[in-house]
Design a protein around this ligand. Structure first.
Ligand code: HEC
Length: 157
């Protein structure tokens, strides 16, 4: 992988985008647009009744050990079962993306948490090795939802 490229990019009218509108993970943005935006929309705001916004929990997850695991598990194995984000229920299937390699999954997650969401500025980007660790233990999408509850309970208030 050639790594990520820092590019100053001025998005217009993107709801929920970071205040500085700088896309740090350009490669991740392209992957997100091609594979995720159909459900989560390009700005990550989601679609009521279909897919949750990825701008609410993922940027918080990146700051904790369990949360970082949860991000990797969600893209590797998908997730299903009822979840609540901002008082809205979602209960549709997030597909698994295990066919993508570790570096690609790390890149798309970094786009989600740092570009679409507002992760704490000192949070460490996810690296390929963290994806590789979770790839070693295959999980079911319903288990990923159980893990999500654990990750949320460990978030700082
Ligand atoms: C077919 C629609 C669909 C596609 C495509 C899709 N997702 Fe999802 N995603 C969902 C649904 C539905 C959920 C919630 C699942 C549930 O209710 O358990 C979800 C949940 C998530 C979550 C967890 C959010 C949270 O609050 O825990 C993340 C992160 C995520 N998706 C990232 C991605 C990424 C990255 C991609 C592309 C690589 C992607 N999704 C592609 C439908 C989709």
């Amino acid at each position: 992988m050639r790594g990520w490229v820092v590019v100053a990019f001025f998005a217009t009218g993107v709801v929920g985008a970071r205040a500085d509108d700088v896309v740090r993970f350009e490669g991740g943005a392209a992957i997100f647009k091609a594979n995720c935006a159909v459900c989560h929309r390009a700005n990550g705001a989601g679609n009521a009744g279909l897919a949750p916004p990825v701008t609410v929990y993922p940027p918080r997850f990146v700051a904790t050990v369990d949360g970082r695991r949860q991000l990797a598990l969600t893209v590797l194995y998908g997730m299903y079962g009822d979840i609540v984000v901002d008082d809205r229920h979602y209960n549709f299937k997030m597909p698994e993306f295990a066919r993508m390699d570790d570096a690609t999954l790390a890149l798309v997650l970094n786009h989600v948490v740092f570009d679409l969401g507002q992760a704490p500025p000192d949070a460490k980007p996810i690296d390929a090795a963290e994806i590789a660790v979770e790839r070693a233990t295959v999980q079911d999408g319903s288990q990923v939802r159980v893990n999500r509850g654990i990750a949320i309970s460990g978030l700082p208030q």
